[in-house]
Design a binder for this molecule. Structure first.
Ligand code: 3EB
Length: 336
């Protein structure tokens, strides 16, 4: 099932991507971030996957659009819609399923359903997730929603019947509204997990951060027949397992960039990712805890990224109270 053949009869495996911040007055999307799927840049049929309550900092709305040619969408059962090509499926967990539960229960439900669905659809490998949760941190000492999220995710992994796969690249960001929001990319084939020698792998963090470990890879490298993709997880100012520069958003940003540079050079040196620089990546997303840090960080980050990389700023909270910034990145190389 699910084999989509384009008009040439060749399989279509690529992922493409664009972001835009055009304002469509007909859509009431102010102060939201929208994940979308479309068959083509110029395609008029667009499918909104998920509207996420994190605030774009440089425009009223920000739209992340995943693109593919000869891609169909299909109802996945219940409220599930998913979009796919010959290699990847992309979808959001229906928000309605999760409304009133505690975050650990909601996360366990979301990920259990997600695993069930991607297996049914024939894309059993989860390679990238984006997760948004309310009240991500709480007062010192208490179990916070981030830790509950980690527990729910771990339980879903423990209950999943499929054999273990590489942990996906991931982003987890706190919002100011209730509800769990998850969207993700799954694949027919597994990716390669990449860890950062400057950081303890999150799945090996000591228990002080969460009772159950954060199950994600620092980066995930995925190859299809046409391109290779490096998904770099939400990356914070953490060295070893400790937060660096608790009060200094500029220094934190530099640690994030250094961590990302290290992931990129590890992919190149150890996994034959084609040589490419941070300055050439498809985009960078910067989540800031405080909107008032935007001007300083926007100027400062260009020193590291050069003039060409599109950078998008969103307001969101991090999973530790002392983190002020988190950065994710995406890089594609064409394979000839
Ligand atoms: C960190 O490095 C920062 O639990 O899936 C970043 C990206 C973080 C993903 C996750 C957590 C997650 O620990 C937090």
């Amino acid at each position: 099932m699910n084999t989509v053949v384009n008009t040439n009869g060749a399989s279509f495996e690529r992922l493409n991507f664009e972001m835009n911040s055009e304002i469509n007055q007909n859509l009431n999307l102010n102060n939201t971030f929208l994940a979308r799927f479309s068959r083509h840049t110029a395609e008029s049929i667009i499918h909104d996957m998920l509207s996420i309550p994190v605030t774009p900092l440089e425009s009223e709305q920000l739209i992340e659009q995943w693109l593919g040619v000869d891609v169909s969408h299909a109802a996945g059962g219940n409220d599930w819609q998913y979009y796919y090509n010959d290699q990847y499926a992309i979808a959001a967990v229906p928000v309605d399923l999760l409304d009133d539960s505690q975050i650990d229960q909601a996360t366990e439900t979301a990920y259990s359903l997600l695993f069930e669905k991607i297996n049914q659809w024939g894309y059993p490998y989860l390679i990238r997730t984006w997760n948004f949760i309310p009240d991500i941190t709480s007062d010192q000492g208490a179990v916070d929603n981030y830790q509950l999220f980690c527990s729910g995710r771990t339980r879903a992994y423990q209950n999943a019947t499929a054999s273990p796969t590489t942990y996906p690249a991931a982003t987890v960001i706190g919002t100011a509204r209730p509800g769990l929001y998850v969207y993700f990319i799954a694949s027919k084939t597994d990716g390669i997990g990449i860890e950062n020698s400057q950081q303890v792998s999150a799945f090996n963090y000591p228990r002080e951060y969460s009772e159950d470990p954060p199950l994600f890879s620092r980066a995930l490298l995925h190859r299809n027949r046409q391109q290779e993709i490096l998904f770099i997880s939400g990356t914070a100012s953490i060295t070893g397992h400790s937060t660096q520069y608790a009060d200094d958003v500029n220094r934190q940003m530099e640690v994030c960039i250094s961590n990302i540079e290290n992931l990129l050079s590890t992919a190149i040196a150890e996994h034959q990712f084609l040589p490419t620089t941070l300055q050439e990546c498809a985009h960078i997303k910067v989540y800031l805890r405080h909107a008032h840090d935007l001007d300083a960080i926007r100027t400062h980050i260009r020193l590291y990224l050069g003039p060409n990389v599109p950078v998008y700023f969103l307001q969101g909270d991090m999973c530790r109270p002392d983190l002020l910034v988190e950065i994710e990145a995406l890089t594609f190389n064409d394979l000839l």
